[in-house]
Design a binder for this molecule. Structure first.
Ligand SMILES: Nc1nc2c(ncn2[C@@H]2O[C@H](COP(=O)(O)OP(=O)(O)OP(=O)(O)O)[C@@H](O)[C@H]2O)c(=O)[nH]1
Ligand SMILES: [Mg+2]
Length: 502
């Protein structure tokens, strides 16, 4: 499939279905001619000579036997001042699916063809109206569901990310010219370039690339939802809790131990923040191969999560649920991840509810200490630990506790508030550039690797010719991100995922 044609394309730009209004748009050389052949303006006859671009005209769309299809508003955008950079028109009609399709059909009969997914944005990219990261931001903007997602997409659309890459690029181009100077004079065996300056630029650029790749975790978290793993023994009520949190019967619940064998994910917006709840297979000793894989996955999900809901079954003996709590603690990095220990099934065992946090801490203290010592913390006071000497962690504050009944949905709201509170520090700054797109991330990693080779080459005194080659590769991978370097396959793949009309 090639998008590189001059044909005039048309599509319905608004969502399908009935609405008050809808927009049919056309783009390409013939769009004005086609539209004017079926649009009858009120007042003086509109022609391609007298029409004023960017002005809205009121009139009617007529079909081939001059019957009126709808009263519409009509706007002409003259190239290059349009979204695609081509001559375009937009027709705002009433939002009945019949009218929308009829107008589309009339345009197609008059010489336009139906646009493919993403074809408008592809044309905008080809006509230099935007770079690839901005085109991708359009898709992100359309699908954004939270304030943070919206902010990242908007920043990218406005060229925030492209600007970062330009800065990086210009640093590297400086480097290239320094090296080329050296190459030009290589016959004479002189090192012209100031090696110190070269190294400084390389370090600075590497730091910049690292900053961007590091932002991918946060960017991805915001895009896909803050990962919240629900873990615990079989039958603790993990699936019941997932269902209660997301408000639907998402996971199968049963009193058979080992019901959930694979991880189940469901996203949910809590007060404008996206969370991704992950129900996991109950942890127990088992000979079942499939269940074993499920349990391994559960441990993996613990390590990847920002928030861990450690579910304990109050219906078990005290010894048993505390043993389970200790096992969860030993798998969590308490200094980096938030752990909420949830004592479930209070409806069956109210006695456990009267435990206060001091008693709970006493029961779990040695496990907590062992866990944070693993992360390099050492004791500075009775309950206090530190890593650098200037920081301080109070082990009494590292874990939160909640008593709930997942089945009766008791205290689920307050648990949600607690979860939302922890998501709060994942805010995005106003103009902060975050990498959220896997394609960008992968290209940045490749650019970073190539830059490492440049650094190694410079350090080991490798011939400038070879270093220059690695440097070219850094620039190549950066160019892939914005689309300065692209191929049809990448473009088709990228734009093919867009919806029709965008
Ligand atoms: N009384 C009571 N029963 C509960 C509560 N939460 C869950 N259960 C019951 O406990 C049993 C196990 O619940 P599940 O949600 O399937 O437990 P699970 O942790 O997902 O279990 P696995 O998937 O096997 O690891 C079911 O019979 C639930 O109805 C609760 O708060 N109170
Ligand atoms: Mg389950």
């Amino acid at each position: 499939m090639s998008y590189l044609t001059k044909e005039t394309i048309c599509a319905i730009a608004t969502a399908s279905g009935t609405a008050a209004m809808a927009i049919v748009r056309m783009s390409g050389e013939d769009s004005l001619k086609i539209a004017l052949s079926k649009f009858v303006g009120k007042g003086k006859k509109l022609t391609s000579e007298n029409i004023v671009p960017n002005r809205m005209y009121y009139g009617e769309i007529v079909n081939s036997d001059d019957k009126v299809v709808d009263d519409v508003m009509f706007t002409y955008f003259r190239a290059p001042h349009s979204y695609t950079g081509e001559d375009s028109v937009e027709i705002v009609c009433h939002g009945s699916p019949y009218i929308q399709n009829k107008i589309l059909e009339i345009m197609i009969k008059s010489g336009a063809r139906l646009a493919k997914g993403g074809e408008y944005s592809m044309r905008a990219f080809i006509n230099n109206k935007m770079d690839l990261t901005q085109a991708e931001a359009v898709a992100d903007l359309i699908s954004s569901q939270t304030e943070a997602e919206h902010r990242i997409a908007m920043n990218q659309l406005k060229g925030g990310f492209s600007k970062e890459l330009q800065i990086l690029r210009s640093k590297l181009l400086d480097l290239t010219s320094l090296m080329e100077l050296e190459l030009d004079f290589s016959e004479e065996d002189v090192e012209f370039a100031d090696r110190k300056k070269l190294n400084a630029i390389v370090d600075e650029s590497a730091h910049h690339i690292n900053k961007l790749t590091d932002s991918f975790k946060l960017g991805n978290t915001i895009k896909k939802g803050i990962p919240v793993a629900i873990v615990g023994d079989t039958n603790a009520g993990k699936s019941t809790l997932l269902n209660a949190l997301v408000g639907e019967e998402r996971a199968i619940v049963s009193d058979i131990a080992g019901t959930t064998r694979d991880t189940i994910e469901e996203t949910m917006n809590i007060n404008g923040k996206m969370f991704r709840f992950i129900d996991t297979a109950g942890i127990r000793e088992t000979d079942d191969t499939i269940e074993k894989i499920g349990i391994e996955r559960a441990f993996k999900k613990i390590s990847e999560a920002d928030i861990i809901l450690g579910l304990l079954d109050l219906n078990q003996s005290n010894d048993k649920y505390f043993a389970s709590a200790r096992q969860i603690i030993s798998n969590v990095d308490l200094l980096k991840q938030k752990l909420i220990l949830i004592f479930n099934k209070v409806d069956l065992n109210m006695s456990g509810m009267w435990m206060d946090s001091e008693e709970i801490i006493d029961m779990l203290r040695s496990s907590i200490e062992r866990s944070i010592e693993k992360s390099g913390a050492y004791m500075i006071d009775e309950y206090k630990y530190s890593i650098s000497g200037t920081d301080c962690y109070d082990i009494r504050n590292l874990i939160k506790y909640k008593f709930i009944s997942a089945k009766n949905e008791r205290d689920i709201e307050s648990l949600k508030n607690e979860i939302e509170y922890y998501g709060r520090n994942l805010n995005v700054g106003e103009n902060e550039v975050l990498v959220t797109n896997l394609r960008h991330y992968e290209a940045l990693v490749k650019a970073g690797d190539a830059l490492c080779k440049v650094k190694e080459g410079l350090e080991s005194g490798l011939s400038t010719e070879f270093v220059a080659q690695d440097l070219k590769s850094v620039l190549y991978h950066l160019g892939e991100i914005t689309g300065e370097i692209s191929n049809t396959e990448v473009l088709n793949n990228l734009f093919g995922r867009f919806c029709i009309g965008k």
